[in-house]
Design a protein around this ligand. Structure first.
Ligand code: LEU
Length: 498
């Protein structure tokens, strides 16, 4: 008899899946990626990527989790023994991400506090890298920065608390609180932003289509990259979450809802961010193109300046950073659940021990990002683990399943047996041909750029040690973990379940 954890309600699962998908990627990554890659015209490759790769892969991952009811390594193993390695590889990639993702949430906590009184003064960039992060050169770690360390500890306490309480009482409850709150806060921010003076200039810049961009392969690469990161696919996350679905669950419908909710949030963030950038451009007599940026720079350098110029600065600043915290926490919980589930099953230990060991190790390693070298390190690890961890493991995942395991048809039948919307041959074409072709090409393009220019101009040995070694190390660590024998009990459960 199986007594695997389950979601309490369908809404609980959907909120958790959306909570994972909606993260920092939606708020600070999407708006600038869209703007930089054709503005309004970007929606074409973006929608194409969503419909040919995003949703089909999400359906596949939900189906794998639902059918095999196991962590990613265990579920993949049930497809074929050799695939267990891909599962662990994805789990290790998630583990690596969980060592730096919480650091950004920690910064956002401090900035929610700094917003009252705009402690960054007149020079937000100088304040962020200098006063706050005390950024040193990439060569050495430098000292620990207490104002990063303390909120970082708080982030881990909250995340591990909910993870320790389990799927229904912990993860589901957290998302039921975080996601509706996030939606309300974000709506308030966007409404405020679009009613600011200059908002229209910002929106014009965001939506203005540059159709020639469509002919550029890099724009398509950007669209696929955004969809993968944003939908949390090829991270072992969605397989793990779907493994807690009750037997009677509509897979296809759930995937469409998650996919469209995530994209709607992304679009909303694009509108909010560019309306605010338009306001800033008008205030400072610049063009939107002069102030537009993404990522860390947008959230911690440009936004503080916008906030300072806004009426009701403290309040809106607090709301903005609070939304980063909520979006980030629910994603962090999902990333960490991948290895907690994996450790629990492979080492046959309780959830509590898996949380303590897996989460504890990630928390200790995350301290490296709370040093004076934190930002450089984060930037490098993030770049390499996304390009050569997530995207590459995603490529292996679709190729192994669609080409070698020849099981797409089985998964299609499984999904159709529980879902309203039937999957047809289009689904197999998307996964078996389009996605591998685009991902393969994307990999070659990325590698080409990597060898021609040092990422962000960082020293080569720094990039080697914290970029390549980490990304390739994840692959090897995955292989090592897959060599370990499964405990007898897990093997028994696995054979009786499949
Ligand atoms: N999908 C998340 C985001 O958009 C990231 C993932 C790694 C959980 O931020």
């Amino acid at each position: 008899m199986e007594n695997r954890s389950q979601w309490g309600t369908r809404l609980g699962f959907l909120l958790a899946a959306m909570g994972s998908a909606i993260g920092l990627g939606n708020i600070w990554r999407f708006p600038y990626t869209a703007y930089e890659n054709g503005g309004g015209a970007f929606f074409l490759p973006y929608l194409f990527a969503l419909l040919t790769a995003g949703i089909p892969l999400l359906i596949l991952e939900y189906t794998i989790g639902h059918k095999f009811r196991g962590s990613a390594p265990r579920s993949y193993r049930k497809i074929s023994k050799g695939m267990e390695w891909i599962g662990w590889w994805q789990v290790v990639v998630s583990f690596v991400i969980s060592t730096y993702y919480p650091v950004i949430i920690a910064w956002a906590i401090m900035y929610a506090y700094f917003s009252f009184g705009q402690q960054w003064g007149g020079d937000a960039t100088g304040f962020f890298v200098g006063d706050y992060l005390q950024l040193g050169d990439p060569g050495s770690f430098g000292a620990m920065v207490p104002s990063v360390l303390l909120p970082l500890i708080a982030v881990w306490v909250v995340a591990l608390f909910f993870l320790g309480r389990g799927v229904k009482k912990g993860i589901e409850v957290a998302n039921k609180i975080f996601i509706p709150t996030l939606a309300v806060i974000f709506l308030i921010i966007v409404i405020r932003a679009v009613t600011l003076e200059g908002a229209m200039q910002g929106l014009d810049a965001f939506f203005k289509p540059n159709w020639s961009a469509i002919a550029d392969g890099q724009v398509w690469v950007a669209a696929y990259g955004q969809i993968f990161f944003s939908l949390s696919i090829a991270f072992a996350i969605m397989i793990t979450y779907a493994s807690y679905l009750p037997k009677k669950s509509d897979i296809t419908n759930n995937a469409f809802i998650t996919g469209f909710a995530n994209s709607s949030f992304e679009l909303l963030a694009g509108i909010g961010v560019f309306a605010a950038l338009g306001f800033m451009a008008v205030q400072s007599g610049q063009e939107v193109s002069d102030v537009a940026t993404g990522g860390v720079g947008l959230a911690f350098m440009v936004f503080p300046e916008i906030i300072s110029q806004m009426p009701g600065a403290g309040f809106f600043g607090f709301l903005f950073f609070a939304s980063l915290v909520l979006a980030g926490l629910s994603s962090l919980i999902s990333i960490s659940e991948t290895y907690i589930a994996g450790i629990q099953e492979k080492f046959n230990v309780s959830r509590g021990k898996a949380v303590l060991f897996g989460g504890g190790l990630a928390a200790i390693l995350s301290l490296a990002f709370a040093t004076q070298n934190g930002l450089n390190l984060l930037d490098t690890v993030d770049h390499f683990i996304n390009n050569y961890g997530v995207a590459l493991a995603g490529l292996f995942e679709v190729v192994a399943i669609a080409w070698f395991a020849k099981s797409l048809k089985d998964f299609q039948n499984h999904a159709n047996s529980v879902s309203d919307i039937p999957l047809g041959a289009w689904w197999r074409v998307c996964l078996g041909i389009i996605t591998p072709a685009v991902l393969g090409w994307m990999m070659l393009q990325n590698l080409k750029t990597e060898v021609t220019e040092a990422y962000e101009g960082y020293p080569i040995d720094f990039l080697f040690n914290y970029g390549w070694v980490v990304a390739i190390g994840a692959m090897f660590a995955g292989a090592l973990l897959s060599l370990k024998k499964w405990p007898d009990r897990a093997v028994e459960t696995s054979s009786s379940e499949s």
